[in-house]
Ligand binder design. Structure first.
Ligand code: KIV
Length: 267
């Protein structure tokens, strides 16, 4: 398989072909993504919640995201690799953002970095792009601002928020972002933004008209979350299947049925 590049993703948009992206954090799931023909893997800072069991994405560190991104790159050497920049790794100053994003690209093999926010990060986006680092924006509900939003919610339902979303999108486009993730956004707004620009839109809870869709691996395979957000489609009840396997292992061991002779080494 040839590596998926930014050019290939742009061509897909131009040809009206949908882009698939999975947010994931480890070698095995990344390898499954590559085997399944997914276009792009994102090492999302959702790893704070899904992998580390935290309440928010905020505590995730740069070293942690780099550690996971290296594993994902090994599992999916040919997919377009995007790495989420953790909270406060790019907000303090443009210089610090450049240094941290540069580290991510150098150490992980990432082809792009993802930053949350609009107007307030425009200068950073522009400097990253002019330094040769492709940037993915993230608008709508942005989990790093969870305390500002007061919890996960749809963003853009009232006119003021919709206007801000459109403005931020335009600013990010002008700053050079080639892709923007739209999270929990009314589908009509996502459709307008997608159809009126060259920027690739990738939706999560933003309806079907985006150029691509992203889901968290563990959501998609039913391994995470007692509460399923409206926008998640579970393709398999992974937690149930795994739990049953573990229960059967426990019974087999306790009964002395595991390991069998075939599963044991002879003298
Ligand atoms: O952190 C993440 O996994 C993300 C995606 C859900 C877009 O930002």
């Amino acid at each position: 398989m040839e590596r998926i590049t930014l050019r290939k993703l742009k061509k897909k948009k131009e040809a009206g072909e949908k882009i698939t992206m999975i947010s994931t954090y480890d070698f095995i799931s990344a390898r499954l993504c590559q085997e399944a023909g997914i276009d792009s893997v994102l090492v999302g800072d959702s790893l704070g919640m899904v992998f580390q069991g935290l309440d928010t994405t905020l505590p995730v560190t740069l070293d942690e995201i780099i550690y996971h991104a290296k594993a994902v790159r090994r599992g999916a050497p040919d997919l377009f690799l995007i790495v989420d920049m953790p909270f406060m790794s790019y907000q303090v100053s443009v210089e610090e953002a450049l240094r941290n994003c540069g580290r991510v690209v150098k150490e992980t093999g990432a082809q792009a970095v993802k930053l949350e926010g609009g107007e307030e990060i425009a200068e950073t986006v522009s400097r990253l792009v002019s330094s040769g680092i492709p940037v993915v924006g993230h608008l709508g509900f942005t989990p790093q601002s969870i305390h500002k939003f007061g919890g996960p919610r749809v963003v853009g339902r009232d006119e003021a928020e919709a206007e801000k979303l459109r403005k931020d999108f335009k600013v990010l486009q002008e700053a050079g972002a080639f892709m923007i993730v739209l999270e929990s956004v009314p589908w009509r707004i996502a459709k307008d933004l997608t159809e009126s620009s060259d920027v690739i839109t990738v939706g999560i809870g933003a309806g079907r008209y985006c150029d691509g869709q992203v889901l968290v691996f563990h959501d998609l395979v039913g391994l995470y979350g007692d509460r399923k957000p409206k926008f998640v489609r579970r393709y398999v009840e992974g937690a149930k299947i795994f739990r049953e396997a573990l229960e059967r292992f426990k019974i087999d061991v306790e009964r002395g049925d595991f390991p069998s002779e075939e599963e044991s080494y002879g003298a």
